[in-house]
Write a protein that binds this ligand. Structure first.
Ligand code: G1P
Length: 287
């Protein structure tokens, strides 16, 4: 079955980015000149996704507005003959169909995904955590969909992390290798406080079968007292098969100021319209 739907849990408050996120959603924080959410939505569209579901909460209206038309702005851009900008603004509004569902209580990532159950229907779906911005030749969502098309099972993105960082992530128990990047998963544990089973962390890109929704219905609260997506995927791994994919690309945790800064430098150096300027700034610094 084709993966055509992506679920974006966007109900979190983003306290790690305060004060930037005091009155704007964290997904609207900008990386150079685009909000984080736009990078993530563009990534899934480049991977062939047709439907986007935002699991959102109160005070997230800016997200809806960003992907809607802005008549006053368009009128002004037209009047000033700023045609390129005008086209770009229209492109954002027409990018995709977005469905909004509400997560009324913050009960964790697993709960957020479960809130999208009816909107997703009985088909496989992607889950995208827009704090994780990934720079890669092929969009990571597309890399995962390619694996899903071959395995027909849930595939989650993996990256090696330093040993001291394992308690910040879902950490997997790697199983049999299918090839250099793809492996079967024997288990996984959300934010292990001690004895992590490996240094392979789950990153915020998943392709999941509907079995995960069934598991989410039934799992108890896990780490941090929250309903954890990792725990539901573990249940599916026990009964069926789940794969991990060591993706190609560089990931930035844009949910905190260090990652956001690192991403800004890297993206500026990658962008044709900014590379020279960024190089001159860096060269001119007496460090
Ligand atoms: C979530 C997941 C975790 C994963 C991480 C990746 O945690 O629960 O398994 O490793 O995203 O960014 P969060 O960072 O939302 O606490």
């Amino acid at each position: 079955m084709k993966v055509r739907t992506a679920v974006f849990p966007v109900a979190g408050l983003g306290t790690r980015l305060l004060p930037a996120t005091k009155s704007i959603p964290k997904e609207m924080v900008t990386l150079i000149d685009k909000p984080l959410i736009q990078y993530a939505v563009e990534e899934v569209i480049a991977a062939g996704i047709e439907r986007v579901i935002f699991v959102s909460a109160r005070s997230k209206r800016a997200l809806e507005d960003h992907f809607d038309y802005s008549p006053e702005l368009e009128y002004q851009l037209e009047g000033n003959n700023k045609n390129e900008l005008l086209e770009e603004m229209k492109r954002i509004s027409e990018m995709c169909d977005i469905t909004y569902v509400r997560q009324k209580n913050p009960k964790g990532l697993g709960h957020a995904v479960l809130c999208a159950r009816d909107a997703v229907g009985r088909e496989p779906f992607a889950v995208i955590l827009p704090d994780d911005i990934i720079m890669s030749k092929t969009p990571v969502t597309a890399q995962l969909i390619e694996q899903f098309n071959q395995t027909k099972k849930s595939v989650i993105s993996l990256m090696e992390v330093p040993e001291g960082d394992t308690s910040k992530y879902g950490i997997v128990v790697p199983g049999e290798k299918v090839n250099d990047r793809l492996m079967r998963l024997e288990g996984m544990v959300e934010k292990p406080k001690e004895n992590p089973p490996s240094n392979l962390a789950i990153i915020g890109r998943y392709i999941l079968t509907n079995e995960v929704m069934d598991a989410l219905e039934n799992i108890p609260r896990g780490a941090g007292g929250e309903i954890q997506l990792t725990d539901a995927i573990l249940e599916v791994a026990k009964q069926s098969r789940v794969y991990g994919y060591h993706f190609e690309g560089k990931r930035f945790d844009c949910g905190n100021r260090f990652g956001l800064f690192e991403a800004a430098v890297n993206f500026a150096l990658e962008r044709e319209d900014m590379r020279e300027h960024a190089m001159n700034v860096i060269k001119g610094m007496q460090i």
